[in-house]
Design a binder for this molecule. Structure first.
Ligand code: ZN
Length: 400
């Protein structure tokens, strides 16, 4: 099957990962400057697959390997520093590197013209061909997470100055971003046309990659935002590079159980769990200006996040879901106990909302990377102080 598909491969020879934190000699001066305070990262058990995909009538944008490598290495450091700040160690997503330190980018040419891989629906045809390519090059599939980059279209609607046309979103464990001539880290934070364009597309690149690594939308508390700026998985795609942009502790909790973030020697078979964990006991109480959540869940739960949001709850209506990472410990019975106290005056956009439906979303994360979500709607105006909120019977949905 793979033989019938017209694709070319220009993958750089697979070589050992360079020392974590090392900055390659040939990186441009601005990239070296930005990477000067790199931290040493733990060695990963699995790496992110990087595919540069073109239609059969397109070529990669000039100097893509050096540019994309610099952008990815900087992003790897960004995620790593945010994980460390949130107490999860010097861990980031794994990147395979070539002998000269570039990221091991696999260049795959599709069998159809570029318009077959358009924004909106084109990801399906692309994923099908990338998967066929992986079957023909199994050593290049290093994990279940794949980042696909396509060059901007060049036509009456799109160009290097106004990039677009191609898919640009997370889709399961795939994520899509685009490339264009000035997509270069040297423009990061510059108040120029190129700098503004870079924040738009690099901020988007960083955010979509988050989706491709299991992250849902979320934002922080009022105090978080005051101290650290904008959450990357909120509106941070518009601020990245220009003003402080951070990962919430809840995002980092999910990443810590994501296949490409775990360290060498991790024994888990990722995304193999089908059955939802068990919620043995749950209490959710409004008490003196706070909401208190306490859960007892089965042992396979590695982390628990709580999100407070208001309707509509659909994806892309959930940027304002305020995230709290629960403290999790093991009790005498070997079950997990998780708890968090949510101050109502930290709920930002929801602060003045004391009537009408809101929801607590509980996100249970397993050591195998699967997540299960349980939504508990409530109405604060109908809730007496100290009386537990009716959580109903747990209904756990797999996914984000
Ligand atoms: Zn998003």
């Amino acid at each position: 099957m793979a033989n019938s598909i017209r694709m070319t491969m220009m993958c750089s020879a697979a070589l050992a990962i360079t020392a974590a934190g090392a900055v390659p000699e040939h990186f441009q001066p601005r990239a070296k400057e930005l990477l000067a305070d790199s931290i040493e990262l733990e060695k990963n058990a699995h790496n992110l697959n990087i595919i540069y995909f073109t239609g059969n009538d397109m070529q990669p944008t000039a100097d893509s390997e050096r540019r994309i490598s610099e952008l990815l290495v900087y992003l790897q450091q960004y995620y790593g520093k945010e994980m460390a700040r949130n107490g999860f160690g010097n861990r980031s997503f794994g990147l395979s590197r070539t002998a000269n330190g570039n990221v091991d980018i696999c260049y795959v040419q599709g069998k159809q013209p570029h318009k077959s891989y358009a924004y909106g629906k084109g990801h399906n045809a692309c994923i099908e061909e990338v998967e066929a390519w992986f079957r023909a090059h199994p050593d290049k599939k290093m994990s279940s997470h794949t980042f696909i980059i396509m060059p901007t279209w060049q036509d009456e609607g799109y160009s290097d100055k106004n990039p677009g046309g191609v898919p640009f979103y997370g889709y399961g464990r795939y994520c899509f971003a685009l490339d264009y001539a000035d997509f270069d880290i040297k423009h990061l934070g510059q108040k120029t046309k190129e700098g503004k364009l870079l924040t738009k597309w690099y901020g988007g690149f960083a955010h979509e990659l988050g989706h491709g690594m299991n992250l849902p939308h979320n934002t922080g508390t009022i105090s978080d935002n005051k101290a650290m700026g904008t959450a990357l998985m909120g509106a941070g795609n518009y601020t990245f590079g220009y003003s402080p942009t951070y990962l919430t502790r809840s995002s980092c909790s999910i990443l810590s159980n994501t296949e490409i973030f775990v360290s060498e020697g991790n024994p888990h078979k990722f995304y193999s769990i089908e059955a939802a964990p068990t919620v043995h006991h749950a209490t959710f109480v409004k008490r003196g200006g706070t909401l208190e959540l306490h859960l007892v869940v089965s042992a396979e739960v590695a982390g628990v996040n709580a999100y407070i949001q208001d309707p509509p709850y659909q994806v892309n209506q959930d940027y304002d879901a305020i995230a709290f990472a629960c403290n999790v410990g093991t009790n005498k019975q070997g079950q997990k106990e998780a708890g968090v106290i949510i101050p109502l005056n930290e709920l930002g956009a929801l602060n003045n909302r004391d009537a009408g439906e809101m929801a607590l979303d509980v996100l249970l994360q397993t050591y195998e990377g699967t997540r299960f979500r349980w939504r508990i709607p409530f109405d604060l105006s109908k809730q007496a102080d100290g009386i537990p909120i009716d959580t109903g019977k747990p209904v756990l949905n797999r996914g984000y």
